[in-house]
Design a protein around this ligand. Structure first.
Ligand code: ADP
Ligand code: MG
Length: 254
């Protein structure tokens, strides 16, 4: 960990390291990120071991690596779902470690859309109501909500299934609802943790192609975990992880 000092008023305060070079074009930047889980007394797992990445605005980046290599942990730090042990995460050039709980909640709600492997839809709500939910939390106007829910359900190709419950939709369709839900507050970043993990190859490819089209159309920054090489190859850049580190970066544009 870099130097941290105790402040009398605020408890632990992290000093801003002077050598963090902020990239003006970055949407996501991490510096020397580490995460250590203390399993039991004396047993530690180093889930992240010094990860520094720089993702530009509008980029579509895939994170690949074997199970347990730290992919989800990395996404959770970037999505402000958990705190790193040391290092820093900057979203749009703001260090999220400096945010209070309210600012973090606001960041997660408005700036970051999450897509998970198991869709995480509310089973008793229709497709429309599932997409509407984060907009209700973000206190958007009635008109905005109606406009965006319809717009994003349309973009993911589900206009005709608005009233269906998740149980009345296929896996691929449920993931499309989850994508519309992640997009409805118009976040600058989409974080997707194995979004194709529960789908067959064809459906998985369709979902990732849809993400790529949306990325080109709406210009959000996408960070997606996948362990399917075909899926990962649709991204512009692949970050390969192993044992909590980025071991290789592959540029698929070349
Ligand atoms: P991946 O997503 O690449 O499969 P994870 O980020 O989930 O990997 O996990 C990285 C390592 O950290 C693994 O060894 C995992 O067991 C451990 N780990 C993840 N979350 C926790 C936790 N909440 N408590 C303890 N260990 C954890
Ligand atoms: Mg994972």
């Amino acid at each position: 960990m870099r130097k941290a000092k105790k402040s009398k008023q605020q408890g632990l305060v992290f000093q801003e390291p002077k050598d963090y070079e902020l990239d003006p074009n970055a949407m996501i930047q991490t510096f020397d990120l580490t995460k250590i889980y203390n399993i039991t007394e004396g047993i530690e797992i180093r889930a992240l071991n010094g990860v520094s990445i720089d993702i530009k605005k509008g980029e579509f980046v895939s994170v690949m690596g074997p199970s347990g290599s730290g992919k989800t942990t990395l996404l959770n730090m970037i999505g402000a779902l958990d705190n790193p042990t040391s290092g820093a995460v900057y979203i749009n050039r703001t260090n999220i470690a400096h945010m209070d709980d309210k600012q973090r909640t606001n960041l997660r709600l408005k700036e970051i859309g999450f897509i998970f492997q198991f869709y995480n839809l509310v089973p008793v709500l229709s497709a429309y109501e599932n997409v509407e939910l984060p907009m209700l939390f973000a206190a958007r106007t009635k008109q905005e909500i109606e406009k965006n829910v319809n717009k994003f359900l349309d973009l993911v190709g589900l206009s005709d299934k608005k009233d269906h419950l998740p149980s009345e939709l296929s896996g691929g369709e449920q993931q499309r609802v989850a994508i519309a839900r992640a997009l409805c507050n118009e976040p600058s970043i989409l974080i997707a943790d194995e979004p194709t993990g529960e789908l067959d190859t064809k459906m998985g490819m369709e979902i990732v192609k849809l993400l790529r089209e949306l990325n080109l159309e709406l210009n959000q920054t996408i960070l997606m975990v996948s362990h399917d090489p075909m899926v990962g190859a649709l991204a512009e850049r692949i970050l390969k992880m192993r044992d909590g580190k980025i071991i290789e970066t592959v540029d698929t544009k070349n």
